[in-house]
Design a protein around this ligand. Structure first.
Ligand SMILES: Cc1cc2nc3c(=O)[nH]c(=O)nc-3n(C[C@H](O)[C@H](O)[C@H](O)COP(=O)(O)OP(=O)(O)OC[C@H]3O[C@@H](n4cnc5c(N)ncnc54)[C@H](O)[C@@H]3O)c2cc1C
Length: 413
């Protein structure tokens, strides 16, 4: 693996940096977990899209720049270093889009991707149910065949930002008589404002309606909104899950930028505290290790891309397309679980170290009236605690690593 970027890639970095310097809002946007903040972030998505920075690695026809994986990583580094706003389109661009690149029809790509890239349609993920989280295959929401499509009924929960989003993608049981729980599932896209959908916001600890539960009562979905074959939803869902745990959701730029900020905090701290100094060093090492691990992944994916010309052949054109983690037999499947455990634990360690450096000051949340500039660390720490839960809990990821990567016997279920 060549650690130096090609001169053209460095040129791309400068172009991205110049754009971000001019466009990133000087005053941070309100939290995207509120109605006002969601609207402000949607506007930011439009600004990004107007200059083709919202989905740099997608093909140009869908609003991207056709950038390679290496350039996508560079863009993300610059994005986080510039302290640019969080991406309200994340569920769409990081989870649904790679799934569509792998399993969607050309008509679906043409219809769904451009409004996703522009922020006109923001997507929510409707997978979890009250009795189906880690054991997703036990889900009970159903899709019943009707003329020209399907009728969806059931109850979904923990759907991030569904209180404000436009559309959702989810898994539904279409064949209740299938011989195994993960067979007979169908992967569909639906409108959150369609007749029969009730969206009930769920407040987070800080009171913001960051989640919603969805009640579906015979919601009509046309055949054109089914991704992949009816009954094959599990296979399609594994593509989404691999991308959620793997490369696309948590780019290393996020952690290398946080590590830089941590070092800046340390420089102002008490230099005699060697225990804290070691934790800062560990966090920096962790962020760099994650960066290298991801670069190695990207190189492998890019190398594989030249081998095929199927729907996943855009590996270089779209990160994760072709399934980082989507195909357990491809070797990268279990690696996305490694990735997930690593970034989620690194995120907590980074934030805990920052809070310990800040002392009492660190306890003020970012939105507190007299919060110092560093208030964001407290918000970030609270969110980091969710990392070992969402995208598949770390207990489950460790099972996958043990069984698929290490070949250990199955654990107790
Ligand atoms: C911030 C955040 C955002 C989220 N966003 C979304 C979203 O947008 N859309 C969506 O659909 N869902 C979302 N979720 C839900 C998330 O996917 C689930 O919380 C997760 O899958 C765990 O499921 P559960 O909450 O039902 O916990 P459970 O599955 O009940 O697990 C409870 C505990 O038991 C452990 N456990 C369960 N089974 C086993 C086993 N076999 N072996 C060992 N340990 C086990 C788990 O690891 C966990 O520690 C989000 C969650 C969070 C925290």
């Amino acid at each position: 693996m060549d650690l130096e970027h090609a001169p053209e890639d460095e040129e791309f970095r400068h172009t991205a940096r110049a754009w971000l310097t001019t466009h990133v809002p000087v005053t941070p946007l309100p939290s995207l977990e509120t109605e006002e903040g969601f609207a402000a972030h949607r506007k930011w998505e439009r600004t990004l899209a107007a200059d083709r920075w919202s989905v740099v690695s997608w093909p140009e026809e869908y609003g991207g720049r056709g950038a390679s994986l290496a350039r996508w990583l560079i863009f993300e580094e610059e994005y986080y270093a510039a302290n640019a706003p969080g991406r309200v389109s994340q569920n769409g661009i990081s989870l649904l889009a790679p799934t569509l690149f792998e399993h969607g029809s050309p008509a679906q790509l043409a219809r769904v991707l451009p409004p996703m890239a522009s922020g006109e349609v923001v997507w929510a993920q409707a997978w979890s149910e009250p009795e189906a989280g880690s054991d997703l295959a036990s889900l009970r929401s159903r899709a019943v065949r009707t003329e020209g499509g399907w009728l969806l009924s059931g109850h979904k929960t923990w759907s991030s930002r569904a209180a404000f989003a436009d559309r959702a993608f989810g898994l539904f049981r279409s064949d209740p008589n299938a011989d195994r729980p993960h067979r007979g599932l169908t992967y569909v896209m639906f409108d959150l404002r369609a007749p029969g959908v009730t969206v009930r916001p769920i407040a987070r600890l800080d009171g913001k309606p960051a989640f919603a539960e969805l009640f579906l009562d015979e919601v009509f979905v046309p055949d054109e909104d089914v991704i992949g074959e009816p009954g094959q939803g599990w296979r399609v869902a594994m593509s989404t899950a691999g991308n959620e745990r793997g490369l696309t959701l948590r780019s290393p730029g996020r952690f290398t930028a946080a590590a830089e900020r941590l070092v800046a905090l340390w420089r102002r701290a008490d230099p005699s505290d060697t225990a804290l100094r070691d934790r800062v060093a560990d966090a920096v090492i962790g962020a760099r290790a994650y960066h290298l691990f991801t670069r190695a992944h990207a190189d492998r994916l890019a190398a594989g891309a030249s081998l095929g010309d199927g729907p996943g052949a855009g590996l270089g054109a779209h990160p994760g397309a072709g399934g980082l983690g989507g195909d357990p037999s491809g070797g990268l499947g279990g690696d996305s679980s490694l990735n997930k455990v690593f970034w989620s634990e690194l995120d907590i360690a980074l934030h805990e170290t920052a809070l310990d450096l800040l002392g009492a000051e660190g306890e003020l949340a970012g939105h507190a009236n007299d919060s110092p500039d560093q208030g964001g660390w407290a918000d970030g720490w609270l969110f980091s605690l969710a990392g070992p839960i969402y995208a598949g809990t770390n207990e489950i990821q460790r099972d996958i690593i043990a069984e698929r990567l290490l070949g250990l016997p199955k654990g107790r279920r």
